[in-house]
Design a protein around this ligand. Structure first.
Ligand SMILES: [Zn+2]
Length: 401
């Protein structure tokens, strides 16, 4: 490094150090937080609303409720249309997908029309925000939801689905998942099959965001190569800070950023902190297996033996992705109500202002924070929408916004 550059780097390091000690007033936190359009791209409360949980009442036993959304200043929420791998057995995946779509529309949007508004586009999100409402959107979690049919994929788009994770933790008939690469007896494909590539192309044509959270590394690289619109990770974090297959390597983050995509940071403690990931190695699979039974003894054991991650870990992941991929490549995908452990200081949807404070203290500007909270994601949505218009131009099926 030449001397002048070295000096500049030194000055920058000093400035950053000083910035880390920055004192931030409550008024400044409030001002910056309310100036941002906060878009969270993954929330699993739908797995509870589908069985009767009322999002309008603060049950106090989860991470998501209406009052919390308001307190946390959430501007738009992508609700997970999560289809567990078990629905593949007996071909119930489409049935489950439709039920989950219904719970977003019936139990959330239609039930609380003064607070939520159904949104399909980047413009819809901004319009809802201007009217003081929370934009509600949907993303499918688990590519097996389409039951290997592009016709179902198109139906889901028409019902309002605007992203789909190509897999959940299970490899399906056309894409490998990060969740079972070392599992014996699973038929893998070395990434995406030819049909899997067709799925990506059809998502591009429709204007559905290609979500690479949960996929195996090779599936990520295949999707990145095939997709003509920027893909994104709706809820993943950085593998160099916590080495789990669900997180992204620096190489992946860099490549995704180069293509205009964004990594939406997941708040699961295991994804945020290596210490948590290591401590939960033996108990987490048992806990997941007993998930449906609500096993209290196991939960108690988990709480006693696994140290939680913290708000500062979330900041560290945001900072890392911003350093590797640039400030335009990072966003928020909390995974609230889909995760076992939440970071201390960022325990539920009402706590987002704590993150704003921590980012300001770290030296992030208001403009940076607005990008992280929603600006970057809106840019990806608009690219995806523009690519769909381009693909459909002249075909007679061009969609209006
Ligand atoms: Zn997930």
């Amino acid at each position: 490094m030449p001397k002048s550059k070295l000096l500049r780097a030194g000055l920058l390091a000093c400035a950053l150090l000083a910035a880390q000690n920055k004192q931030v007033s409550d008024a400044e936190v409030k001002k910056v937080h309310s100036s941002a359009l906060l878009i969270d791209t993954h929330n699993d409360i739908t797995s509870r609303t589908v069985t009767g949980y009322d999002i309008g009442k603060n049950a106090g036993d989860g991470h998501t409720n209406l009052a919390g959304f308001r307190q946390g200043g959430v501007g738009a929420q992508f609700f997970a249309v999560y289809v567990a791998a078990s629905y593949v057995n007996g071909n119930h995946a489409a049935n489950r997908t439709l039920e989950m779509i219904d719970t977003v529309r019936h139990d959330i949007i239609d039930k609380y029309p003064n607070d939520f508004v159904f949104a399909l586009t980047a413009n819809d999100i901004e319009r809802a925000h201007r009217h003081g409402k929370i934009a509600a959107l949907m993303g499918i979690e688990g590519g097996h939801a389409i039951e290997d049919s592009l016709r179902l994929l198109r139906d889901y788009y028409l019902l309002g689905i605007r992203y789909m994770t190509l897999t959940h933790s299970n490899t399906n008939n056309w894409a490998d998942s990060s969740g079972d690469m070392d599992k014996a007896g699973v038929q893998h494909h070395n990434g995406l099959t030819d049909f899997g590539k067709d799925v990506v192309r059809e998502m591009n044509r429709l204007g559905m965001m290609v979500d690479i959270s949960h996929v195996a590394d090779k599936t990520f690289w295949d999707a990145l190569e095939v997709s003509t619109a920027p893909p994104f990770a709706s809820h993943s974090s950085a593998r160099s800070l916590s080495n789990v297959p669900r997180n992204m390597t620096d190489e992946m983050i860099g490549a995704l950023a180069k293509k205009g995509g964004v990594v939406q940071i997941n708040f699961a403690c295991e994804f945020l902190s290596q210490a948590t990931a290591d401590a939960s190695k033996s108990i987490l699979p048992r806990l997941m297996a007993a998930r449906e039974e609500n096993n209290r003894a196991l939960m108690e054991e988990y709480r006693k033996t696994v140290p939680p991650a913290t708000l500062q870990d979330v900041v560290a992941h945001i900072d890392h992705v911003a350093k590797v991929g640039g400030i335009n490549a990072v966003g928020i995908g909390s995974d609230f109500d889909g995760i076992t452990c939440v970071p201390t200081g960022l325990e539920d949807v009402s706590k987002f202002p704590n993150l704003t404070r921590a980012l300001l203290e770290k030296g992030y500007s208001a403009e940076d924070i607005r990008k992280i909270y929603g600006g970057n994601l809106l840019r990806v949505m608009r690219s995806v929408e523009a690519e769909a218009r381009r693909r459909n131009a002249g075909s007679g099926t061009q969609k209006s916004e």
